[in-house]
Design a binder for this molecule. Structure first.
Ligand code: AMP
Ligand code: MG
Length: 494
């Protein structure tokens, strides 16, 4: 069933990981399978049947050519450094080459206790597995770089969390699982050779352009180039999150990828009523990872990556620090530009004008004052262009700010070359109608966990597969939570 494995990470020296076979589960049952992704990865699905697939995708059988391992990594968690985290419940089977010729990691999450488990059970409850499945696939459809979900299998085990829950295994696909924390693990051990090997692997897998960059470029410049490339991808990634009202929730350095993909959908959530200080995660008491802090937390994480690369950037430490600091500082204008580009597109603006930032900020202020739904406000702006604005005003508790803003926007739009119809169509291609709303996600999880009913999960997955296209009969999926189902707190569920 699996395509051929190319073992890259497993060929690194042994201190990068611990070889570890998934711990078998009693009764694996396939509850979700991402067929289009499997095809894109080159899986052989001719003889596909769910029962056999469940054996492979639970880790009960290890595919030929795979060398399962738990990766070593460290990380700053809520600002505190932990020198040894590592895959406590995930195993990398290996890498495969997809149909586009790209290397992709195949990982089983919830595969059992590893030497990095630190007393925890190594398993994943069904709820968080379905959550990651739905939200990561939705993010992909929304155009956000992200790890993907290939499959979910229930294990037949019961796990003990806040309440007993069924266990499950998620098959996660990633451009790689290299994180800022992977670099930190070796830097903290003064293992410069290992940091260099990681940096070389990161360049080869994610930034091969750095290898062909100007001839004669020094090695140091190549590693500085790596830092800058990662910073650019993170700037672009976080700008996309901000444009969707997405709050990641645990932006620890071990959850910050070198590839620039979103990873680890724990307590993440999409905002409904716009509030820049929004925090969902129950463990984020200080609001460190609040919506509006995300760009600056990414920069903080990048500074931690920079620290690990200093010895590679220049033999002279002071010079290296100065160069790396420059790159970290440049993240700010890069991020600002990415954000503005995202927001301009959301407002239907193609031209760039001086006052655009103020225009965007004024709308956000009006949304905040009116407690307007983030997603629907942008979606209904295009409607307001062609028809009247009443549906838009309905989203606002107080509409004064919006009433003052709309003429400013219309006046600005008059300087765009496209006509209203074309602008509206463009806006509907970037402002989704459907996002994974927390209450909907909670509902489908409850049906699956409490009644083993996966129907609602499948329907929500279908809706989220076409987030920009209006789907008749599925209006309720576009609606904010009724007051009784509003979600203000999310739990990691590990
Ligand atoms: P996360 O919050 O998912 O990013 O995980 C942070 C760290 O905790 C990683 O090292 C995980 O492998 C580990 N971890 C999370 N949940 C479990 C679990 N149930 N068993 C073992 N390790 C876990
Ligand atoms: Mg993690």
């Amino acid at each position: 069933m699996f395509p051929e494995f190319t073992l890259r990470f497993a060929r690194l020296p042994e201190r990068f990981y611990l070889r570890f076979d998934p711990v078998p589960v009693p009764e694996p049952r396939l509850v979700a399978f991402n067929r289009p992704l499997a095809e894109a990865l080159g899986f052989d699905l001719d003889a596909f049947e769910a029962q056999g697939a469940a054996q492979w995708l639970s880790g009960n059988r290890v595919p030929q050519g795979a060398e399962p391992l738990a990766q070593a990594y460290a990380g700053h968690q809520f600002g505190h450094f932990n020198p040894r985290l590592g895959d406590g419940r995930a195993v990398l089977l290996g890498e495969v080459t997809d149909r586009q010729g790209r290397l992709r990691d195949i990982q089983l999450k919830g595969a059992g206790m590893t030497p990095f488990s630190r007393g925890a059970d190594g398993r994943a409850p069904l709820g968080p597995v379905l959550r990651e499945y739905l939200i990561s696939e939705a993010m992909h459809r929304l155009g956000v770089p992200t790890t993907r979900a290939l499959a979910a299998v229930t294990s037949g085990e019961r796990l003990f969390r806040r309440v007993p829950e069924p266990g499950a295994v998620l098959t996660r696909v990633a451009a790689s699982h290299l994180r800022v924390g992977t670099f930190q693990y070796f830097a903290a051990r003064d293992d410069g050779e290992a940091v260099r090997m990681l940096a070389d692997m990161a360049i080869e897998r994610h930034y091969p352009g750095l290898l062909t960059a100007e001839q004669g470029e020094s090695e140091g410049e190549r590693y500085l180039g790596l830092l800058e490339a990662v910073a650019d991808r993170q700037a672009s990634l976080v700008a996309k999150w901000m444009g969707l009202g997405f709050v990641h929730g645990v932006m620890n350095t071990d959850n910050c990828t070198i590839s620039g993909e979103t990873i680890d959908y724990g307590p993440c959530a999409f905002m409904e009523a716009y509030s820049p200080t929004m925090v969902f995660s129950s463990i984020d008491e200080q609001g460190r990872y609040a919506y509006r802090n995300q760009p600056w937390i990414a920069q903080w994480n990048l500074a931690r990556l920079a620290e690990t690369l200093i010895p590679l950037i220049d033999d002279d430490q002071e010079t290296a620090v100065a160069k790396a600091t420059e790159v970290i500082k440049r993240y700010e204008p890069h991020y600002e530009a990415e954000w503005l580009a995202v927001m301009r597109a959301k407002l239907g603006l193609e031209r760039e004008e001086e006052g655009d930032r103020e225009l965007v900020e004024a709308l956000l202020e009006a949304m905040q004052a009116g407690r307007a739904d983030f997603t629907l406000t942008f979606r209904r702006l295009s409607e307001a262009l062609e028809q009247d604005a009443s549906a838009l005003f309905e989203l606002f508790e107080t509409g004064d700010g919006l009433a003052a803003w709309l003429p400013r926007w219309r006046e600005r739009l008059a300087r765009e070359s496209a006509d209203a119809g074309a602008i509206a169509a463009r806006m509907n291609g970037v402002n989704p109608l459907y996002i994974p709303r927390n209450h909907q996600v909670e509902r489908v999880i409850a049906a699956a966990v409490e009644h083993a009913d996966f129907g609602p999960f499948e329907v929500l997955g279908e809706v989220l597969a076409e987030p920009f296209v209006e789907q008749p009969g599925r209006e309720e999926y576009a609606q904010p939570a009724p007051s009784t189902e509003r979600v203000f707190r999310t739990f990691c569920g590990t």
